[in-house]
Ligand binder design. Structure first.
Ligand code: FEO
Length: 384
């Protein structure tokens, strides 16, 4: 991948990984991005996961063409980027390692590495000249770990954004940026909206021509689109008007209620209705979709005196990702003691700025005519 004449891509695609972070399905793989800046001094911008070590070292050798790197800049200590720090440090004993005050204690936890005369500790706004290029460092704590920093290269106006503006999917897969970037952001960084907002404020002071993230494509055009989405996601504003109907059904009767609600929503004029089966869909996609739309309807069977567990799991994840500022409608089912709506509401009330529809639909085993009327009423409350 061409970046600029002096900034080279040395990262790798991983198309065989089953679960990123051990939990997220990545049907189109993921990329571990790493960059090399060639100047009077040469800087490596992060390493890659152990799954891509050989390819990364080969790319590094090719672009170095016999030269020796002067610096390794460490933006983030998570092993998908930092796993090869020791290998690179051992291979290039004269190379200095650049990080911040929080980077090196973490590095010592991961690696047995003597860096006493090799580390350069940078602080907010400090610079490092490579010759024509100047690196300026900005701390980005909790985007997505505490030691994260981003680097702005002043001459070519490139922001090396760490996990920020990253996306699932290998670099050669043909898919829209927004969907897999949303699934990545909400699930991995979603909890840290305040910290992302702080980073966006810093970024707003910079003249950025290009964003080089640690995952996904380098962004060279229409940067306002990507920055705008990050502003929306990190401030927990809905991305678009629409209703996600998410259901957890044991035998199909709760599903039937959810599907009827979806039909009623459409009949009430709602154009954007998305229905997801929490027992079978990708949970990370369902979480991202809840953040995407401005309204959420939940339909859940009662199970062991509480929520059917796929719904409990879903709400647990939504809370962990700081879900907030949405209107919610509830449907419950129960053959003897329907309690799912009460239990769902208890969890949702622990989140910020959740408003509830007045209508709560209670299905007793199977959908009957009185439920149909209640579902229509709920749809009318939810529809805009
Ligand atoms: Fe891609 Fe937080 O590491």
């Amino acid at each position: 991948m061409y970046i600029t004449d002096s900034i080279k891509y040395i990262g790798a695609n991983d198309k065989t990984i089953d679960l990123f972070e051990g939990q997220y399905k990545v049907p189109n793989g993921v990329s571990y991005n790493s960059y090399l800046i060639l100047d009077d001094k040469i800087a490596i911008m992060d390493t890659v996961d152990t799954r891509a070590t050989d390819e990364w070292l080969a790319n590094l050798d090719r672009e170095l063409a016999g030269k020796t790197p002067d610096y390794l800049v460490v933006s983030h200590m998570e092993p998908d980027h930092a796993a090869n720090i020791k290998k690179a440090a051992d291979k290039y004993p004269s190379m200095k390692i650049v990080g911040n005050a929080k980077t090196f204690p973490m590095m010592a936890q991961f690696f047995d590495l003597d860096l006493s005369d090799r580390k350069i500790v940078v602080a907010e706004g400090e610079t490092l000249s490579l010759g024509k290029h100047t690196l300026q460092f900005f701390m980005a704590p909790m985007v997505h770990w505490p030691e994260v920093m981003v680097t702005y290269e002043q001459t070519e106006k490139v922001l090396f954004s760490a996990d920020g503006f990253g996306k699932f999917g290998s670099l050669d897969c043909d898919e829209p940026w927004d969907d897999e970037a949303r699934r990545y952001f909400i699930n991995i960084v979603g909890k840290y909206g305040v910290q992302v907002q702080a980073l966006l404020k810093k970024a707003a002071t910079l003249d950025i021509a290009m964003i080089c993230p640690l995952h996904g494509p380098v962004l060279k055009e229409d940067l306002g689109h990507y920055i705008g989405l990050y502003d929306t996601w990190s401030s927990y504003r809905p991305e678009e008007k629409g209703v996600l109907v998410a259901y957890a059904s044991i035998y199909g009767n709760t599903r039937k209620a959810a599907e009827l609600l979806a039909e009623d929503l459409k009949a009430a004029g709602e154009k954007n209705v998305c229905v997801m089966d929490l027992c079978r869909c990708d949970l990370a996609e369902a979480i991202a979709s809840a953040f995407r739309y401005d309204r959420l309807a939940l339909a859940c069977a009662t199970y062991d005196g509480g929520m059917y567990l796929p719904m409990e799991d879903y709400l647990h994840h939504l809370k962990a990702k700081n879900f907030q500022k949405r209107k919610v409608g509830l449907i419950e089912n129960g053959s003897w003691g329907p309690l799912a709506a009460k239990k769902m509401r208890e969890v949702l009330e622990s989140m910020k700025e959740i408003t509830f529809c007045d209508t709560v639909v209670t299905v007793r085993s199977a959908v009957h005519s009185d439920n149909e009327a209640a579902l229509k009423a709920l749809a009318e409350e939810l529809a805009e």
